[in-house]
Design a binder for this molecule. Structure first.
Ligand code: PLP
Length: 366
């Protein structure tokens, strides 16, 4: 009989690396010294072994099943974080004489565009910076380039607490999506999807793994003058094992993917995420004390951002919440305020605990 995980685990609202499903942590802990039937730790196995073949293969199978991917796309397990994708995307997909459209919806989107501008022409097809990135653009606001190499969007803006409720239509241009902070939190629209990438460390597993889903014809486009490790075609040809991949992170992501399937897949995850976020947004809206920062039509289901009447009261709120077992609520250092990150694995009980804490804090300080 396994001893349960320590009861002193707090509710972790951190933006990433972030909370993982407890059943996954329990299984990983149980099997850490020796994988069943293998007699070695997953930390000790070869990435070329049959046991890792199975782990990697199953993770890909589960991700494909969850997302409904066909054979048109590769699934790649890479390293370097989403930040390396900011560079790899244009290196592979943006010819020197080409144009890529970027929608600027936050700090991460700006970083992605800045990297792309080193390789080709970037057209900022929309920006909401004048609104403090408090919303995503409406579909009609996008000034797109005919024949663009791709359109890049950040599906969820982790810092600003906004999310595209619906991604823009591809209109014949491959859509490239930075889904780092809402990866597998809702069904993925596949029509027009050229490439989707995300660091695993929010919704999928530990840091050190980056998942890329890329249309096969796009993966073949990267020029062979690129260093091999920076070409999608290399990773695709070698089944994500051109060099040693992050074995443990892939193993753990595999456990998370199986958990997601067991919990009913992406429609069920979406429903749970809507319910959790709804509890928080209702609490914010029903109070004159807390003020949501995102426009209602652009609110993120993953990162709920809000302000209190002053920075000093926010500081007190964050400290007292931490004392009450509600950790990681400090907003990103560039914007301040409060941010509750409630990814797939974040339990509804934790959201309810925060809502109760907010009501009590308002009663005392409001
Ligand atoms: C939307 C988004 N894109 C990119 C990044 C950068 O990710 P990484 O640290 O994996 O490079 C982050 C990190 O939080 C993010 O939230």
């Amino acid at each position: 009989m396994m001893t349960p995980l320590p009861t002193h685990r707090v509710h972790n609202f951190g933006a990433g690396p972030a909370v993982l499903p407890e059943v996954v942590l329990e299984e990983a802990r149980r099997d850490l010294p020796a994988l069943p039937g293998i007699g070695m730790s997953v930390l000790e196995i070869s990435h070329r072994s049959a046991v890792f073949d199975r782990i990697l293969g199953q993770a890909e199978t589960d991700l494909r099943a969850l997302a409904g991917l066909s054979d048109d796309h590769h699934v790649l397990f890479l390293q370097g974080g989403a930040s390396l994708q900011f560079a790899m995307v244009p290196m592979n997909l943006l010819p020197p004489d080409g144009v890529a459209d970027y929608a600027l919806t936050g700090a991460w989107a700006k970083k992605a565009a800045a990297e792309a501008a080193k390789f080709g022409q970037v057209n900022v097809c929309a920006t909401t910076e004048d609104d403090g990135f408090a919303r995503v653009p409406a579909a009609g606001e996008l000034r797109r380039t005919p024949g663009a190499a791709y359109l890049h969007v950040t599906s969820n803006n982790t810092i600003a607490g906004t999310q595209w409720p619906v991604l823009p239509a591809a209109e014949g241009t491959p859509l490239v999506v930075d889904a780092s902070s809402d990866l597998l939190s809702r069904p993925i629209p596949l029509s027009g999807l050229g490439l989707l990438y995300g660091g695993a460390q929010k919704n999928l597993g530990p840091a050190g793994l980056t998942v890329v889903v890329i249309r096969k014809d796009l993966a073949a486009r990267g020029p062979d003058t690129l260093p091999a490790i920076l070409r999608y075609a290399t990773a695709a040809r070698h089944g994500s094992r051109h060099n040693t991949p992050p074995v443990f992170a892939i193993y753990l992501a595999g456990l998370v993917l199986r958990w997601l399937r067991d919990e009913g897949g992406l429609d069920a995850a979406d429903a749970r995420n809507r319910r959790k976020a709804g509890l928080l947004y209702d609490a914010i809206e029903g109070s004159g004390f807390y003020r949501g920062t995102a426009h209602p039509g652009s609110r993120s289901l993953m990162n709920v951002t809000f302000r209190l009447p002053s920075a000093a009261i926010e500081q007190r709120f964050i400290e007292q919440a931490a004392d009450a077992g509600l950790a990681g609520l400090k907003g990103h250092r560039s914007v301040g305020g409060v941010r509750a990150s409630i990814y797939n694995a974040f339990p509804e009980a934790g959201v309810r605990a925060l809502v109760e804490f907010m009501a009590e804090f308002e009663r005392v300080h409001g």
